[in-house]
Ligand binder design. Structure first.
Ligand SMILES: Nc1ncnc2c1ncn2[C@@H]1O[C@H](COP(=O)(O)OP(=O)(O)OP(=O)(O)O)[C@@H](O)[C@H]1O
Ligand SMILES: [Mg+2]
Length: 325
């Protein structure tokens, strides 16, 4: 349609040029009648200006480029938001867990694995490392963050399914209510292999939905029925929440040696391996605390610059500051 429009414009402009040439060069008899000349000129100008409106309709979109909601898949494929976060520091002391997840990613079965444990134990970090390894093995990886919002989760699962090849037409059917979106997505996740979907920080699993059924009924957004692996991270460690078919990995604090290495990674000049391990033990092997201590010790302006000084301060000053006995 655009081609026709430009062709007609060219013809009309050429017509105008012929008329204006006659007017300026060798005027024929009729051209001496100024009223006639200006009428022809005006008519041609009106035709030229009116053509686009006739062809498109006033304010209408150009043909072949209809306006409407941007297809979900296009947003997802072009956006970067569903990539796993990059792990900046080395992940220490989680080889057994990484191997277990790696086997599930590589294995034929698929399913659902839940990495669970208290805040700051390193669940998200473990998931991000597992995601990076899965990617290096050519698996398709999608990262979703639970934001306490079922509708948002549904939208992101829709995008994930699009990335994993679910046709836009099938999603459209689900959006218009002919089939349920959650069932359409999970049917597709059953049909395709070689994927890892991470849903991070699901600390309120009872709110995941859709609907009010318990998560363990496996009819909501989180199910163990895919042919790829669904990896969930959560502070909820109860079997009852995740149901009989979920593979639970209970994260433990880091062993002293791994904990010491985390401290040394962040503050390599703050002392010996033994001193680092002693401090790691004092900090209960909690990665969040180890990371905070290491970062603090690496800053030149910090009052305490060694593992030993930090540990002594923990016993005296910090306890006072925190109001502990
Ligand atoms: N195995 C590890 N080796 C080195 N650093 C780690 C490890 N695990 C976690 N960390 C560091 O500890 C901090 C907390 O980790 P993370 O956010 O993964 O914990 P989380 O269990 O997901 O916490 P939350 O329950 O709040 O979501 C991060 O700064 C991370 O870099
Ligand atoms: Mg987390």
């Amino acid at each position: 349609m655009d081609k026709w429009l430009s062709a007609l414009s060219v013809v009309t402009t050429a017509g105008l040029a012929v008329v204006t040439n006659y007017v300026t060069a060798q005027p024929p008899k009729w051209a001496e009648n100024t009223i006639l000349v200006w009428s022809v000129f005006a008519a041609l100008a009106i035709v030229l200006l009116g053509l686009p409106f006739l062809l498109r309709g006033p304010g209408g979109p150009p043909a072949g480029r209809a306006r409407g909601p941007v297809p979900l898949g296009r947003i997802a494929v072009s956006g970067q938001s569903m990539n796993p976060p990059t792990v900046s520091a080395p992940v220490r002391g989680r080889e057994a867990e990484l191997e277990r997840i790696g086997n599930l990613v590589r294995g034929p079965g698929g399913g659902m694995v839940v990495v669970c444990g208290a805040g700051g134990l390193g669940k998200t970090t473990l998931a991000a490392e597992a995601a990076a390894r899965a990617r290096s093995q050519e698996k398709k990886v999608v990262w979703i963050r639970w934001r306490d919002d079922t509708a948002q989760l549904g939208l992101e699962f829709g995008k994930a399914a699009r990335i994993l090849g679910l046709p836009e037409s099938r999603l459209e059917e689900a959006r218009t209510g002919r089939v349920s979106l959650v069932d359409a997505v999970w049917k597709h996740l059953k049909d395709v292999e070689d994927w890892l979907i991470v849903v991070d920080n699901v600390d309120t699993p009872s709110r995941v939905g859709p609907g009010s059924e318990p998560l363990a009924a496996y009819r909501g957004w989180l199910r163990p029925h895919g042919s790829g692996l669904l990896l969930v991270t959560s502070r909820d460690t109860t079997r009852q929440t995740w149901g009989p078919d979920a593979d639970l990995i209970h994260l433990q604090p880091l062993a002293d040696e791994a904990g010491g290495t985390v401290l040394l990674d962040a503050a390599p000049h703050a002392g010996t391996e033994n001193e680092a391990e002693a401090l790691a033990a004092r900090l209960g092997g909690l990665p969040l605390a180890l990371n905070a201590a290491g970062t603090y010790l690496s800053v030149p302006t910090s009052r305490h610059r060694t593992f030993t000084a930090y540990q002594e301060a923990l016993e005296s000053e910090f306890a006072d500051l925190l109001g502990a006995e």
